[in-house]
Design a binder for this molecule. Structure first.
Ligand code: ATP
Ligand code: MG
Length: 489
């Protein structure tokens, strides 16, 4: 069934200072269609979203839509109030009231079907800040749906979502488009484009590299070519020599109450070891132990030859670099320059080497690192102005600056594009080749198979298997992660 145009934009231009974020961009969004918007980090996707939704004014160009077109946006950075309940967050325009009182019952009745549709099983009274990131993201989507939009814009909604939630989102989007709603769907996951979208627009350097092509007329390699402009892909290196030294990471018989049971593994210098598991399987707790962020109730731990780290700072002193998945919560001073961020850990937390380098030296080192990571922006740029993926590169750069012996990565490439992802993988390979021990968790199974020498599979707090060599495929990992553990003490 065909619906008409909901929104048509033409010739959009937007500059930030010297940076031309959009340079003559047009897009046509039709009712009943999911229109995917893809492009590398910094290509201009979020800028386009902001202009279409009216939160940013273009320097030139037009946006036409019917007068009463309600547009709801789920933005890339979460915008919920963490101290308020799910219920209060869902009704930003003022909750339903009865006799002047908040009508909780009415709110919950309105919210329940939407939450159920998204598979979000939470008590509406829960504070949003208490929820895991994936549930916060679903709450944000629920809030947008409750506005009853004609156009729904989702800016990278699945970067924090587990696979099952992505499946539900797919069903929800089908239901919405079935009612004639238009959806603009920004993502870095091209498999989602192929699954969800009827059309796709590719942006590259602020210009349209592929305009509203029908999904049936393109394939993934073509999309990648449009995104990268013919730049050849760089496969991660898989040949590594393990250094014959005492292993930098040793866990033996480790228990963490309610989270880990009898966990034993080592990571040798020069090795990249993955950890995989479903949500709550314990693989992330194992990383937390190595980073000094969780205590243990039994077993033995040695990190960098200094025993169990008692704090993140302690772990950093033992040579650990920790690249988290949540760049907002850990790690970035967004109102400071790139060089200040990249040097923050190396001189504040480490205090290695004694003498503080000069500011010019710090800036120079920062410039080296950002060049190595191909950051879009220089050492003096303020982090808040960088695109999401480029901010993640700064997190990476900051830890590389410490020249770590042990590198712990938790979903390091979530929300970054294929180009940056390949570059980060290359650097992980370089770190290992240089003798670092690398531990990697990722929600992206392909990443584990591409980067790791072997992957430890966690199920309900125990290591239930290890996958390596030829057997290290996404399929094998996914199957191993689903396997039930025998119920025994
Ligand atoms: N507020 C701002 N001030 C200065 N420059 C900005 C600002 N917002 C975006 N830019 C620049 O505009 C360009 C496009 O950024 P935008 O956020 O639209 O990219 P994106 O495609 O959404 O990237 P990502 O996938 O990393 O989220 C980038 O070069 C970015 O650094
Ligand atoms: Mg963006």
């Amino acid at each position: 069934m065909a619906y008409g145009d909901i929104l048509v934009a033409q010739g959009l231009v937007k500059s930030y200072g010297g940076v031309r974020a959009l340079d003559g961009v047009g897009i046509r969004l039709r009712g009943g269609e999911v229109h995917a918007l893809v492009g590398e980090n910094g290509a201009g996707k979020s800028t386009l979203v902001r202009i279409l939704s009216g939160t940013l004014t273009a320097d030139a160009g037009t946006v036409r839509s019917a007068r009463d077109t309600r547009i709801a946006v789920v933005s890339q950075e979460l915008s919920l109030f963490p101290d308020l309940s799910v219920r209060e967050n869902l009704f930003p325009l003022g909750p339903p009231r009865r006799f002047g009182l908040l009508d909780r019952g009415a709110m919950d009745r309105a919210a329940r079907p939407v939450l159920a549709e998204l598979g979000l099983d939470v008590d509406p009274g829960t504070e949003v800040g208490e929820l895991p990131l994936s549930d916060q993201q679903l709450t944000e989507i629920a809030r947008a749906l409750l506005l009853g939009p004609r156009l729904l814009i989702l800016d990278e909604p699945t970067s924090a979502l587990p696979a099952a939630a992505v499946d539900r989102l797919e069903r929800v989007l089908r239901a919405l488009t079935g009612r004639g709603i238009a959806v603009l769907y920004v993502t870095h996951f091209l498999d989602e484009v192929m699954r969800f979208a009827q059309r796709v627009t590719v942006l590259r350097d602020g210009q349209v590299a592929l305009p509203g092509a029908r999904r049936a007329d393109v394939d993934v390699p073509e999309l990648v070519t449009a995104m990268l402009g013919g730049r050849p892909p760089q496969p991660a290196r898989r040949t590594r020599a393990v250094v014959d030294l005492p292993p930098p990471v040793v866990l033996s018989g480790v228990d963490v109450p309610g989270r880990l049971t009898d966990v034993t593994f080592t990571v040798r210098a020069g090795e990249v070891v993955g950890v995989a598991g479903l949500q709550g399987a314990g693989h992330l707790t194992a990383l937390a132990v190595v980073c000094g962020r969780t205590g243990i109730s039994a077993g033995r731990v040695d990190v960098g030859g200094r025993g169990l780290p008692r704090s993140l700072r302690d772990a950093v002193r033992a040579g650990v670099a920790f690249v988290p998945s949540d760049r907002k919560r850990y790690g970035l001073m967004v109102d400071r320059a790139v060089w200040e961020n990249t040097t923050a850990v190396s001189w504040l937390a480490l205090g290695r080497g004694g003498v503080m380098p000069s500011r010019a030296e710090l800036v120079r080192r920062s410039a080296d690192l950002t060049q190595r990571l191909r950051l879009r922006g220089g050492p003096y740029d303020v982090v808040a102005r960088l695109s999401g993926g480029n901010q993640q590169k700064v997190v990476f750069a900051k830890w590389l600056a410490t020249e770590p012996k042990i590198v712990v990565l938790d979903d390091p490439t979530r929300g970054v594009d294929v180009g940056v992802r390949a570059e980060m993988h290359r650097i992980v390979g370089e770190l290992a080749a240089g003798g670092a021990a690398v531990l990697l968790a990722s929600t992206d199974l392909a990443e584990l198979t591409e980067v790791c020498d072997r992957v430890l599979v966690f199920v309900r707090g125990r290591i239930t298997g290890e996958v390596h060599g030829e057997r290290l495929t996404e399929h094998a990992l996914a199957v191993a992660m689903q396997q039930a553990v025998p119920e025994s003490g």
